[in-house]
Design a protein around this ligand. Sequence first.
Ligand code: NAD
Ligand code: TYD
Length: 341
Amino acid sequence: MSKTIIVTGGAGFIGSNFLFHMLKKYPDYRMICLDKLTYAGNLSTLKTIMDHPNFRFVKADICDREAVFVLFEEEHPDIVVNFAAESHVDRSIENPGVFLETNIMGTQVMMDACRKYGIERYHQVSTDEVYGDLPLDRPDLFFTEETPIHTSSPYSASKASADLLVLAYHRTFGLPVTISRCSNNYGPYHFPEKLIPLMIANALADKPLPVYGTGENVRDWLYVEDHCKAIDLIIHNGRVGEVYNIGGHNEMANIDIVKIICKELGKPESLITYVGDRKGHDLRYAIDPTKIHNELGWLPETMFKDGIKKTIQWYLDNKEWWQEIISGEYQNYYEKMYANR
Ligand code: NAD
Ligand code: TYD
């Protein structure tokens, strides 16, 4: 059956990959992207679907109640998937305010619109960072959906706040919600301020590769398409009111990722430069995905060794996409964050 889905933040990394996945898999669905086009959103990312007959792009802020309500009035969506967020931990340390505004208040506006116009499902795209971190010397520990919320950064605190609000709207107003908490994603269209694309771009320019602290911090990496497939399953078959963790048991230390990138690109490890640590830097993230596997049959399909090769190749084949980004305002950002680190 045909459905209309509003995807917020669809001009960003994961949201755009989700739009590509859905338009391909469901030829009769109408997909609407609502995006403010902040520094992290790029229309060039969506150029291959801009003229697709089942796709509409709307430039708007999820905090703009009037604009959001007008869009609901026009489209009467069946499902809303809320990806829109300020997403970079380092920026949240510099400037927390906008994280609270978009990530919490924006979530409220989207859910208020869902309440007013009626909805089959509101899905909140959250993060494993709401659970805080795990110690490096306890590889037996993983985040489950029952792990207490215990945030470290203004980013994770804002995402956790939104999650609590989403669950409150379910309990208080009966809004049919689901939440997914995924580990670190990588793949095409990843904004070059994040670890993997930043290291690829710097390595290709023979620039220093800035590793925070000791480089021993561990992240649990998942290929972006696998995340999109998990969300697709949750919005169609997930149980209302539930939280689903998403992750592929692919834990890697940052330094090992950077070394792989050097090797794949034929660049010397001497480019690696240890720099001052991130404030409050989470040590280790590791997801237990048993629930989504048992209930919805989800399993990651792309192994890291293949996914990282595909990703590096994508950055080699799509230089204009990221070079355009790093030639602009990004230069000031980079100078500010890394010059005296
Ligand atoms: P991103 O920063 O690449 O993209 C965010 C998008 O949201 C951009 O297109 C931006 O323009 C848009 N946006 C920002 N503020 C907005 C606003 N006020 N109104 C409308 N649009 C706005 O982020 P991403 O990495 O694609 O992450 C998407 C979601 O997934 C976020 O909610 C994030 O918390 C979550 N998440 C990300 C990861 C990851 O590894 N990147 C992992 C788990 C969860
Ligand atoms: P990031 O991609 O910002 O994702 P997150 O903070 O959400 O996990 O960072 C991934 C890891 O890489 C994190 O431990 C911080 C580290 N990192 C660096 O060492 N150097 C860098 O320049 C960046 C951007 C991140």
